[in-house]
Design a protein around this ligand. Structure first.
Ligand code: SAH
Length: 244
């Protein structure tokens, strides 16, 4: 480990999707920060922690960074500030620090909030790339996300499902993350549009659910850890062999 702080990508949930490089850093780190949420009842949820536990990382190295589910943005900012200060204190006392994230650490990731708060000229910092959830979703469904000159867009969230029409006019593949934001409209939209899609939730965990079938979504609760990949056309070949 040559850097002082590592942003470590854990992949979406399956411990086998943690890279060899990430594992090396986790083994050598003195302190590992992980993000999680805390419910009003005080219950902690952290998929990142579940992955660390599956990898047998000693609990003694772990420190949590918890935000409440419905915390106002300013309060979340305070949690990020406090964690950044704590990370810098650990670095000053000579500890090797890793901060883990689900999926890739540079892609809509909590680590990005720390990056904004840490002066990269005063500490050495390295990020370890990982598998983002939407890439894992395509793989689990056995589909190719893009082919030839297909264009793809990833939307971090949406205000309403009908916005998707505009995106599907411009892109062959549209990924929507934080899908729970449009959970009430999703089924009706997909039915109306007759869309070809891959829906995935809790990828890489025992709660994983992946489907391309609309009927499966009729009564689905659409949790926070879910996403959808929409395709403008069906997935049959767009070129045909003319040989006889
Ligand atoms: N850094 C992550 C993205 C974090 S934003 C990445 O690279 O994938 C959180 C969103 O990511 C969730 O709302 C969900 O849309 C998606 N996501 C992350 N992990 C997931 C999982 N295991 N299963 C399904 N979706 C997941």
């Amino acid at each position: 480990m040559s850097a002082e702080i590592y942003g470590v990508s854990l992949g979406p949930g399956d411990p086998d999707l943690v890279t060899v490089k990430a594992l090396k850093v986790l083994d050598q780190a003195d302190v590992i920060y992980y993000p999680g949420t805390i419910t009003a009842a005080g219950e902690v949820n952290s998929l990142a922690l579940e992955i660390l536990q599956a990898l047998d990382i000693p609990e003694s190295k772990l420190k949590s960074m918890l935000v409440a589910m419905k915390m106002p943005r300013d309060d979340t900012a305070c949690v990020y500030d406090a964690t950044a200060s704590s990370v810098l204190r650990d670095v000053k006392s000579g500890l090797r620090v890793a901060f883990v994230c689900l999926g890739d650490a540079g892609f809509y990731s909590t680590f990005g909030h720390l990056l904004e708060r840490i002066d990269a000229s005063s500490v050495s910092l390295e990020m370890i790339a990982g598998v983002p959830a939407f890439i894992a979703a395509g793989a689990r469904a056995g589909v190719s996300l893009t082919l030839r000159s297909d264009r793809m867009i990833v939307l971090p969230d949406l205000d309403n499902a009908d916005e998707l029409d505009g995106y599907l006019e411009r892109y062959e593949t549209v990924v929507v993350m934080k899908l729970s934001m449009i959970r009430d409209e999703l089924y009706t939209y997909l039915e109306k549009r007759g869309a070809v899609f891959v829906y995935a939730e809790h990828l890489g965990t025992s709660r994983e659910f992946v489907s391309r079938d609309l009927a499966d979504l009729r009564s689905r609760s659409i949790p926070y850890f879910s996403l959808i990949i929409l395709f403008r056309k069906d997935l049959s070949p767009s070129d045909t062999c003319q040989e006889r």
